[in-house]
Design a protein around this ligand. Structure first.
Ligand code: NAD
Ligand code: ZN
Length: 351
């Protein structure tokens, strides 16, 4: 088969590799019908994720058709249309039993992390993928849900929903700010609406992204490069700051912004993956009764999101900015890697 193979920092190729096979009775093999590219794949290609070794097939998002199941797989069958989740869950370890699939202890490359596709094992930017723990990690696609929407369930929708909105405890009437209106921040904006906030403020350096956020449910936008960006946020919140600040960038500046705009007794939900240390001024903030959360997506809300998607209750078609054939994945990477010029959000690749 053909796959997108990582060959060390800055080097990748769409090339012939051996077909995946069932290695364990709990495995399935899935023919990829639709996949996409994530900001994390760009980080890997820069060499920021050393656990990814040369020869690894990238990708942790996908929708496909089961072509083979292991002997222990009884609930799924050849021909089933499934979503491949970015998190693999054994379903048996202590963390899985608590629903914290992100920290599954099963050893598929290294124990203790549920994100293994395109990281510790071969991923979904390929014609076929081997899926461990198939029954507890694959989700059936309901009839009538298009592949290109279902693939949003692999990562960005549960990430924005779980680590942004749910950890941030968005509640009816809340004023919510989402710092960073990339795909993940927009997913938080799109799912915050499920909880009845009174305002959702999109904050981004890019005025175009701030505008785009209004198509996903943002009621207001603030351009982060405006000198008075903070005053603009406070003007939208009776001068008190937001109830929930969601950080969806992953740099010290946006972490500081989230802490600067949250009101006392509010929530700061960090979603961004940080590469540098950030500060926390407890000498000022200790008195503010804040809740600060962070984490890796569990995908435990994927079944709920799939149901809402099937019922048309998540308006997420706006995520799809470009479409390519899977074999043109190198062009798709070019487009996605130049999002500032191409305005790419999610680039869909179809077999
Ligand atoms: P992205 O790079 O596409 O979007 C980031 C957005 O932040 C861009 O629109 C950019 O203009 C904006 N931005 C950058 N600097 C800013 C600043 N100083 N002020 C305001 N806005 C600024 O990223 P994405 O794919 O949307 O992902 C967002 C973050 O979520 C990343 O750090 C990613 O690694 C992380 N992530 C976390 C999880 C998790 O489980 N916690 C899962 C997936 C992704
Ligand atoms: Zn587990």
């Amino acid at each position: 088969m053909k796959a997108l193979v990582y060959h060390g920092p800055g080097r990748k190729a769409w090339e012939e590799v051996p077909d995946p096979v069932i290695l364990k009775p709990t495995d399935a093999v899935v023919k990829i019908d639709t996949t996409t590219i994530c900001g994390t794949d760009l980080h890997i290609l820069k060499g920021d994720v050393p656990a990814v070794t040369e020869g690894r097939i990238l990708g942790h998002e996908g929708v496909g058709t089961i072509t083979e199941v292991g002997a222990a797989v009884t609930d799924l069958a050849v021909g089933d249309r499934v979503i491949v989740s970015c998190i693999s869950a054994c379903g048996k370890c202590d963390f899985c039993k608590k629903g914290v699939f992100s920290h599954c202890r099963a050893d598929e490359g290294a124990p203790g992390i549920g994100w293994i596709f395109g990281h510790l094992i071969d991923g979904t930017q390929a014609e076929y993928v081997r899926v461990p723990f198939a029954e507890t990690s694959l989700y059936r696609v309901p009839d009538g849900v298009a592949d290109e929407l279902a693939v949003l369930i692999s990562d960005i929708l549960p990430t924005g929903h779980e680590i942004g909105v749910r950890y941030g405890r968005v509640s009816p009437g809340d004023v919510v700010a989402v710092v960073g209106a990339g795909p993940v921040g927009l997913a938080a904006i799109a799912t915050a609406g499920l909880y009845g906030p009174s305002r959702v403020i999109a904050v981004d350096l890019d005025a175009n992204r701030v505008e785009q956020a209004k198509h996903f449910g943002a009621t207001d936008g603030v351009v982060a490069s405006d000198a008075d960006w903070k005053e603009q946020v406070f003007a939208l919140t009776d001068g008190l700051g937001v109830d929930v600040a969601i950080e969806a960038v992953g740099v010290p500046a946006t972490w500081d912004m989230a802490l600067a705009i949250v009101r006392p007794a509010g929530h700061v939900a960090n979603v961004g993956v940080h590469g540098k240390a950030v500060g926390l001024h407890l000498e000022e903030k200790w008195i503010e009764n804040l809740t600060i959360t962070t984490g890796l997506v569990n995908t435990d809300t994927s079944p709920t999101l799939i149901k809402l998607l099937a019922q048309g209750k998540l308006d997420v078609a706006g995520f799809i900015s470009h479409r390519y054939a899977l074999s043109d994945i190198l062009d798709a990477y070019e487009t996605f890697g130049n999002a500032a010029e191409t305005k790419a959000l999610k680039v869909i690749l179809s077999a």
